[in-house]
Design a protein around this ligand. Sequence first.
Ligand code: PMP
Length: 425
Amino acid sequence: MTQSLLEKASQYIVGGVNSPVRAFTGVGGEPLFVESAQGSRIHASDGRAYIDYVGSWGPMIGGHSRPEVIEAVQRAATRGLSFGAPTEVETEMAKRICEIVPSIERVRMVNSGTEATMTAIRLARGYTGRDRVVKFEGHYHGHSDSLLVKAGSGALTQGVPNSPGVPAGLAELTMTLPFNDLDSVRAAFREKGDEIACIIVEPVAGNMNCVPPIAGFLEGLKEICAEHGAILIFDEVMTGFRLAPGGAQQWAGVTPDVTTLGKVVGGGMPVGAVGGRREIMEHLSPLGPVYQAGTLSGNPLGMAAGLAMMDIISEPGFHQGLEDSTRRLCSGLKLAADDAGIPLSINQVPGMFGLFFTKEEPVERFSQVQACDIDRFKRFFHGMLEQGIYLAPSAFEAGFLSSAHSDEDIDSTVDAARQVFTRLA
Ligand code: PMP
């Protein structure tokens, strides 16, 4: 018997993967191994091409292997890979971020979304002199200790939303509340308001599948933070530059104090950023006492890729195109499910969508997400994979579109779903 690629990988890599959801534990079976990707398609080592709705979990908003990005990285590579000293391209990148996301007056570049959120909460704690952090159930903010409490994404898929190894004393300082429920936030602040440093929220949840905020929720968080002197952090690692050039904050019209970025900001390179009001950001080292650092932060290859990506998302009509494609896909899928008699509830925002096998509409709460038919999702996922459509391999992950998804791609995705739904019925 020949060994599968996963079996070979598992001889050396823990579980065969370098990030858990990739292992397909959420859907069963063995993961695709990718050889290359172009536009809307990934080319797998099984020799097949798949229309990709994962997009490297968000960064590939302009489609895979954009020549502008690849060439920018190649040009940068000829000048050296890392210097550990300031470069002008970092200033250029920071300036672009501040221009595109107006709530960001000062920025610090890091290497991942996890680092960005870890820094953001340390900054909030250092700035306010308070220790407690409020987050929401099913939201994922990377895998730092304080935030890996009732977490979404892979932590949820693996069934370990509270990871062993997070000291109880630290987890105790993380208050986890239901998303889209302002009353519970008000109650928490009534009780502990003077101990709460910040609220960190995915303004559109994308790690418990896709769940947008209900009307007034983000505005309410802002009011509560202002009233209690807490910092409002929008974790826009997923939504940044996607829902609108200025991210979910522009889309929703609510301005946070601090924003975390990742994924799109690096154009596919390992880049993250934390930014916000100058007065708060200047508490970071070297101006302030809150320590944060990184050997590879502001890496020239990452900055080159990120800048090229900022040009792509700034093209006129870019976000309108994404929104139109998202609508086309979601309305096609809904119609196909209805025709097959499959109860399907769909959430969508520009460039992001969530499919829920449930009769409930709309899906606004984590408890509703958990109550969906996960088994049916698994069968749908594998049915779609057979048809050449690559969806996120977990019922708790959002789907992503890119500007490279053509109407033909979307229509053939809907045709494939139509066939799969018929078999699921
Ligand atoms: N925050 C959000 C909202 C995310 O979606 C993610 C990753 N999916 C992270 C933080 C962590 O980012 P990274 O995986 O780059 O550490």
